[in-house]
Ligand binder design. Sequence first.
Ligand code: C2E
Ligand code: MG
Ligand code: MG
Length: 689
Amino acid sequence: MLKTLLATVDGMVYRRRLDPDWTMEFVSSGCLRVTGHHPGDLLFNNRIAYGDLVICEDRLWVREAITCAVEEARSFDLEYRIVHADGSTRWVWERGTGVIDDHGKPIALEGLVQDITKRKSAEQALREAERRYHGLFDNAIEGIFRTTVDGHYLDANPALAHIYGFDSPEELMKSLRNIGAQLYVDKQRRDEFMHIMKARGSVTGFESQVYRKSGDIIWISENARAIFAEDGSPVAYEGTVEDITERRLYQVRIEHQANYDTLTGLANRSLLQDRLQQALLTAASSGRRIAVAFVDLDRFKFINDSLGHHVGDELLKAVAARLKACVRDCDTVARLGGDEFVLLINGHTGPEYVRQLMDKMLASVAQPWIIEQGDFLVSCSIGVALHPDDGEEALTLLKHADSAMYRAKDSGRNNFQFFTRELNALMTEQLELETHLRRALERNQFVLRYQPRVSLVTGQIVGAEALLRWRIPQRGTVPPLRFITLAEETGLIVPIGKWVLQTACAQNKAWQDAGLAPIVVSVNVSPRQFRHESLVQTVGEALRSTRLEARYLELELTESMVMHDAPQLVAMLDELKELGVKIAVDDFGTGYSSLSYLKRFPVDRLKVDRSFVEHMTTEADDATIVRAIIALGHNLGLKVVAEGVETAQQARALRAYQCDEAQGFLFARAVSARALPRLVTRSRPDQRG
Ligand code: C2E
Ligand code: MG
Ligand code: MG
C-alpha cells in the first residue's frame, strides 16, 4: 500500500545517507520521471550516485545548505539543478529533514524531490518580460504614468519627469501630490478629462495645458485608461503623456494665419464660414436667431487712390475697430477683403434689435476720421439677411446680405437695407437673364432699332441712334436698361458692343448703297468697352470691313464715363478722332462732372438728358438748365441735341433756345432698319423721288 501511495506522489520520495555520494537507501518510482534513471540505478549507487546528478555549480552550496539545516535540526527547502538522464538540465525542488539516531546524531536525509523546470522557465520568462517592459518604461520618449483614482502617482517614468521638468521620477512623485490641483492650468479641463474617463474608461489624444516644475506652461497630449478591480470599480489610471507644445505653437500660428485677416486681425472669410456654419447648426436646437450683415465702405476707392494705400490700410483698421466695438463677443466681425466686411450676429431678439445695432454701426463708422492728412468723413452701406427667413444656408445668407447691401448703395449710401423677397425675385431673374445673355449673340437674339435725330432748323432727319433690343423667343423683347448693366458686369458688353458697331455700320452703308441720303448713325458705347484697349481697333475694323466713311459714325459716351481715367481717355478719344468718327456726350447734365473736360476732349455733340427736357415746359429750373447747356455747348462750338422730346411745346421751346437737333417720340420712336428709309425720305422732300 505504501509503495502504491508513494508511486502516486508527483516526485521522488527518498531516504539517503549523509555520505559524500549521498547514497540512496530508498527511492520511490517517481525517480524515473524526475531524473530519467530507474530507482534501481540510484539505489546504493548501483549505477550512479545522486550526488553526481546535481550539477557542478550547485553541488557545493546545496550540500552546505542541507548540512547546515540538519545540524540545526531544521527541515530544508531548496531549488537547484540536476542533470537528467537525457542530458538536459532540470530544475528540482527538494524538501527534506535529517534523520537522527538514538544518540541524536544525524545519519540520513528523508524527503521529496520534484521537477519544477516548467515553473522555473515560466518564472524566467516573466522576469525577462518584466526586464524588457522596464526597459521600455525607463527609456520611452513618451511620459508614462500610473496614478490612483484620486490623483496620486503610483509610477512615473524618467520621460514624464523630464516633460514636467523634474530631475527624476521620484522627485516628481514626491512633489506632485495632487495632480488635479497642481498640474493642470485649467481645472475645468481636468474635470473634462475625469468626466470622459468615467464615461468611457479611456481617453485618447486629450490635449491640455499643464505647469512644469518651473511654472512654465506647456501643452501635453494624454492617452489614458482606467484599471478596474474585479468588482468593476476603477483602482488606477495609467497612460502616456506627450509634450506637444511645439506642435501647438506652430498650429496656433498656422491657424491664425489661415483664419484671420493680417491687416485688421479680424476673422477672414474661411473663419467666418466656419462660424456661420456652426451658428446655423446650433441655431435649430438652441432657438438662437442669426443675422448676417454685409458692410461695404462708401467711396473707399477714392481715399485709397487719392491718399495712398497705407492711408487706405489705416482706414480699414480704424473701421474694423469701430465695427468690432459695436458687437458682442459672441458675434463675429470678418473682413472678406478690400473694403468688404461681414458681421455674424449670433443670437438676437428680432429685426428691431438688428435695426438698432445697424444704426449704431452706421453712426460709429460715420464718426469723423482724423489723421495727419486731415479729417475725413467715412460711411458705409449695409445689407442684412436674417436667418431663417432670408435663407437657411450660409452661402444663401451671405449672398442675400450682399444683394441687400447693393440696394443700400443704390439708396444713396450710408444706410442699411434688409433683404426682401422682391430683391430675391430680382436676383433670380437676373441670374436667369445672365445665363441667357451668354448665348444671346450666337443665337442671333439681338436686333438694332434706329431712332431718328431731327434738325430743329430744317425738320430733316440728319441722323439715327442705334438702340439695342434683345429678343428672347417666347419671352418677348428685353429693353436695354434691363440687360446693359448685366452685360457690363459680366464683360459680355465687349463682344455685344462689337456686334452693335459692326451691324450699325453695315446698315448705314447699306442705306447709302440703296440711294438714301447719307445720315450719321450713333452708337452707344459703355464704360467697360471704353476701358477695353481694343475699342479703337474695333471701330477701325467696323469701318474698314463695311467700307462706311468714318464721318457717318458717331460714338455716344456718357458723361460719368468721361470723368474717369482722364489721360488714357483723352488719348483714346484723339485716336478715334483721327479715324474721323464723331463723339457725342450722352445724358448730359446727369453726371456731376467738372465741365472743364469739355475743353480738353474732342467732343462734337452734347445730348441734353431727357430728364431736363421732360419738365422744361413746366419747371422753370429745368428750362434754365436746358438753356444753359445749349449756350454752353454753342460757346464751345458744339452741336446740342435734346433727348426725349415728346411734345410740340417742348420742340417749340427748344427751337426758341436755338437747340440744334432733337430726338424723341414726337418725331419718331426707334424703328426697324427697314422702316427708317421711309422716315428719312419723308423728312427730306427735296430728295423724294
Ligand atoms: P440713351 O442712349 O440715352 O438712349 C435714349 C433712350 O431714350 C432710348 O431708350 C430711347 O428709346 C429713349 N427715348 C427716346 N426718345 C424718347 C422719348 O421721347 N420719351 C421717352 N420716354 N423715351 C425716349 P432705350 O432704347 O430703352 O435705351 C436705353 C439706354 O440703353 C440708352 O440710353 C443707352 O444708354 C442704352 N443702350 C441702348 N442701346 C445700347 C447699345 O447698343 N450699347 C450700349 N452700351 N448701350 C445701349
Ligand atoms: Mg444714347
Ligand atoms: Mg441719353
